[in-house]
Design a binder for this molecule. Structure first.
Ligand code: GYE
Length: 338
C-alpha cells in the first residue's frame, strides 16, 4: 500500500515536471517568433510583423475596415500588432513610436487628421520601416515619408453627393436649404467631402448650406447636432448632407423625434454605404448613400508584400466605388458585406 502511494507520487511529480518544461519551451519559441528573430526555417522569415495604427471604432465603416485588415493579415500568415487611437492624434503618434521600437516590418497608418505627423513619420523612415497610408491621407510636403496611399477619392464622393442633389432638385423653384454634418475636424474625408460638394453646388445658387457643423463621424454626435439644427431652423431644412452614414442615422432619429419625416420632409444624403444606410433607405427614411469601400485589407497586404519584395508600387492607389439610392436598397441589402 505504502509502496503504491510512493510510486503514484513519483509519477505525479514527473508529470508536473514535464508540463513545466513544455510550458517553458513553448513560451520561449513564441517569444522568439513574435520579436521577429529568425528561427532558421525559411517559412518564418516570410512572415511579416505589421503594425496597424487605426483611427478608432467610430462608425460601421471603421469596424468593417478593421475586420478586413485583420482578416487579410491573418490569412496571409503575417502577424498583426493593432492599435486603436480612439480618434486621438497623440495616441497614433505613441502607437507608431511603439511599432518603431518593436522593429516591425511595416506600418499601416490611417491618420485621424491630415497634419502634424512629420516628426513621427521621419522617425519611421530613419528606422528603415516603410509606412503605408490606409484610407486617409496626410497633408505633408515630403512624400518620401510614406510608400503609398491606398484609399478612396473623398472629393469625388462629395461631388457625387452634390450631383445627386442637383438632379433631385432640378424642378425646384425656390431655395433648397441644406444642413451639413461634417466629419472629424481636420480629417481628410471631412475636408474633401465638403470641398467636392461645394464645388458642384456653387454653380446652383438656389442650393444653400444654411448650417454646417461637425458630428465627429458618430451616431451620437450626429443626433445631437441635428437636434440643435432643428431647434434653430426647424421647418426650414430641406436637405441633410452627412459626411457619413452613421451621423445620418443619428440625425434621422433626431428628425423623427422632432416630428418630421426623414427621407420626405428632409432629404437625407449619406456617405459610406454601410448596412445601416441600406436599412434606413429600405424603410424610406434615407434617400441616397455614396459608397466608400472599407474592404481593402487584401489589397493593402498585397501592396506591403510587393514593396518588401522590391517591386515598384504606385504612390496613390484608389479603391473602386459607386453610389446607391432608396429604390435599390431592398434588393441590394442582402448582398452588402458591411
Ligand atoms: O467615411 C467614416 C469613418 O475615413 C473613409 O471615417 C473614412 C471615414 C468614413 O469614420 O464613416
Amino acid at each position: 500500500m505504502k509502496k503504491l502511494l510512493k510510486g503514484k507520487m513519483i509519477l505525479l511529480l514527473m508529470m508536473a515536471l514535464m508540463l513545466l518544461l513544455s510550458a517553458c519551451n513553448s513560451s520561449g519559441t513564441g517569444g522568439q517568433t513574435e520579436s521577429g528573430a529568425s528561427s532558421g526555417d525559411s517559412k518564418s522569415s516570410d512572415k511579416l510583423v505589421i503594425g496597424f495604427s487605426q483611427v478608432g471604432a467610430e462608425s460601421e465603416w471603421r469596424t468593417a475596415n478593421t475586420k478586413s485588415m485583420q482578416d487579410a493579415i491573418k490569412a496571409a500568415g503575417h502577424e498583426l500588432k493593432f492599435s486603436d487611437a480612439q480618434q486621438k492624434q497623440e495616441n497614433q503618434i505613441k502607437a507608431i513610436r511603439s511599432f518603431i521600437a518593436q522593429k516591425v516590418d511595416a506600418i499601416v497608418f490611417s491618420p485621424v487628421v491630415e497634419t502634424g505627423f512629420e516628426t513621427v513619420l521621419q522617425e519611421a523612415k530613419d528606422a528603415g520601416i516603410p509606412v503605408f497610408l490606409a484610407d486617409r491621407s496626410v497633408d505633408i510636403e515630403d512624400d518620401s515619408l510614406w510608400v503609398t496611399f491606398l484609399g478612396s477619392d473623398f472629393v469625388e464622393e462629395g461631388r457625387k453627393a452634390a450631383n445627386w442633389l442637383v438632379e433631385e432638385t432640378k424642378d425646384e423653384e425656390g431655395d433648397v436649404n441644406i444642413v451639413e454634418l461634417q466629419g472629424t475636424v481636420g480629417s481628410a474625408p471631412a475636408i474633401d467631402r465638403k470641398e467636392g460638394f461645394e464645388e458642384v453646388i456653387k454653380d446652383h445658387p438656389n442650393l444653400k448650406i444654411i448650417k454646417s457643423q461637425t458630428g465627429d463621424f458618430t451616431r451620437a454626435k450626429g443626433k445631437e447636432v441635428m437636434e440643435a439644427f432643428l431647434k434653430s431652423d426647424g421647418d426650414n431644412i430641406d436637405v441633410l448632407y452627412a459626411h457619413n452614414d452613421d451621423m445620418a442615422i443619428g440625425a434621422i432619429q433626431a428628425i423623427e423625434e422632432y416630428g418630421l419625416k426623414p427621407g420626405e420632409d428632409i432629404k437625407i444624403i449619406g456617405v459610406d454605404a454601410v448596412k445601416g444606410a441600406f436599412e434606413a433607405m429600405a424603410a424610406g427614411k434615407m434617400n441616397v448613400t455614396v459608397e466608400c469601400n472599407p474592404l481593402f485589407g487584401p489589397q493593402m497586404v498585397d501592396l506591403i508584400e510587393a514593396h518588401l519584395a522590391g517591386e515598384e508600387i504606385e504612390k496613390r492607389v484608389a479603391v473602386e466605388e459607386s453610389m446607391y439610392t432608396m429604390d435599390q436598397a431592398e434588393e441590394l441589402l442582402p448582398t452588402r458585406e458591411y
